[in-house]
Design a protein around this ligand. Structure first.
Ligand code: CP
Length: 321
C-alpha cells in the first residue's frame, strides 16, 4: 500500500517528496498560494479544519518548523496540542507506540512529527488508525518535505513557475542534510534545468550523481552562473568523526561572501532553511543582503503547511461512529 497517496491519487500522509509526483507538488504549491493571501489579511483564519485536533509531536529541537505548523493549524481553525516530550511519559520509558495509542484515544486527527530517527514518521503513519493523518516535520537524515515545499514555493514566487530555465546550487553539508535530500527530489520532480551540489568530498554522499545532480567541490565553480543558491548548515550533531579540518577553514573555502556571490547570476536568489551559523556557512552581509530571501522562506512556511495539512485532511475518511 502507498502510505502517502490514496486510491484516488490524493495526499494521505506527507512523509517524503520521494514517491510523490509533479501534479501533487504543483497542487500543494497552488493551494499554498491561495493561503498566502489569508496569512496577509487582518483576520487570518479560515474554518477548513474547525473541530479537528492536531498534535505537534517534536522529539527534536525546532524554532521555525514547530511554530509555523502551530500557526498554520490555528489559521485553519484546528485545535492544536504541543507535546513537550521532555515532560511527557516518554521519559519514564513509555514506547512511541504507546504514546501514540494514548493520544489517539483523545480523538486526534493528525500528528506532526519530528524525530531524530530516519523513518520515524513512516513508522508512525503505518501504525495510526486509518482516519488519522501524519505529516513529517523532519526525520533523521532522511526527509524534511514541508521545508522542501516552502523552498520550492519561495523559488516559484521569486523566479516564476518555469523551473526548467533555472540553475540551482545546494551548498554545504549535503551528507547529513534531510533538507537537501528533499530539495533535490522536489527540484527534479519540478523539472529544474540543472541541480548542483557543492561541498567538500567528506560532506557529499557516495553516488550523489545518482540523485540527478552535478557534484562540485569548489564553491566558485559550483555557483558560476546559477540563479538560486541554497546554503545549508553544518549538521555537527549528526557528524561522526572529523569530517572537517576546522570551521574557519570551511568558511574560507565554502562560506558565502559577497565577493564569491559575484560568480552567480546578477539577480541570484540566496536561501537557507535556518538556523544559520553566521561566519561559518555564510557571511552576515549575504544573509541580510539584497539577494537573501531567508525570512520570506519562514513566512511562506505557514501557507505551505496550511496547504499540506488541509490537503491531507481533505482525503480523510471520518472515523466511523
Ligand atoms: N528549517 C528548520 O527545520 O528549522 P527548525 O529546526 O528551527 O525547525
Amino acid at each position: 500500500m502507498n502510505l502517502q497517496i490514496d486510491e484516488q491519487g490524493r495526499l494521505r500522509h506527507f512523509l517524503s517528496i520521494d514517491g510523490l509526483n509533479r501534479q501533487l507538488l504543483t497542487e500543494i504549491l497552488d493551494t499554498a498560494e491561495s493561503f498566502a493571501g489569508v496569512t496577509e489579511q487582518t483576520v487570518k483564519k479560515v474554518p477548513l479544519l474547525r473541530g479537528k485536533t492536531i498534535v505537534n509531536l517534536f522529539f527534536e529541537a525546532s524554532t521555525r518548523t514547530r511554530t509555523t505548523f502551530e500557526l498554520a493549524a490555528k489559521r485553519l481553525s484546528a485545535d492544536v496540542l504541543n507535546i513537550n516530550i521532555t515532560q511527557s511519559s516518554a521519559v519514564k520509558g513509555e514506547t512511541l507506540l504507546d504514546t501514540l495509542r494514548n493520544l489517539e484515544a483523545m480523538h486526534v486527527d493528525m500528528f506532526v512529527v519530528r524525530h531524530s530517527d530516519s523513518g520515524a514518521a513512516h513508522f508512525i503513519a503505518s501504525h495510526v488508525a486509518p482516519h488519522v493523518r501524519v505529516i513529517n516535520a523532519g526525520d533523521g537524515r532522511h526527509s524534511h518535505p514541508t521545508q522542501a515545499m516552502l523552498d520550492m514555493f519561495t523559488v516559484r514566487r521569486v523566479k516564476g513557475p518555469d523551473f526548467g530555465r533555472l540553475r540551482v546550487a545546494i551548498v554545504g553539508d549535503i551528507l547529513h542534510s534531510r533538507v537537501a535530500r528533499s530539495q533535490i527530489h522536489a527540484l527534479n520532480l519540478l523539472n529544474t534545468g540543472e541541480v548542483r551540489v557543492v561541498a567538500p568530498a567528506t560532506l557529499i554522499p557516495a553516488h550523489a550523481e545518482s540523485l540527478g545532480v552535478h557534484v562540485y567541490h569548489d564553491l566558485q565553480a559550483g555557483i558560476e552562473g546559477v540563479d538560486v543558491i541554497i546554503m545549508l548548515r553544518l549538521q555537527r550533531e549528526r557528524m561522526q568523526g572529523a569530517l572537517l579540518p576546522s570551521e574557519h577553514e570551511y568558511y574560507e573555502l565554502f562560506g558565502l561572501t559577497n565577493r564569491k556571490l559575484a560568480h552567480a547570476q546578477p539577480d541570484v536568489t540566496v536561501m537557507h532553511p535556518g538556523p544559520i551559523n553566521r561566519g561559518v556557512e555564510m557571511d552576515s552581509e549575504v544573509a541580510d543582503g539584497p539577494h537573501s530571501v531567508i525570512l520570506e522562506q519562514v513566512t511562506h512556511g505557514i501557507a505551505v503547511r496550511m496547504a499540506v495539512m488541509s490537503l491531507a485532511m481533505s482525503s480523510k475518511k471520518d472515523k466511523p461512529e
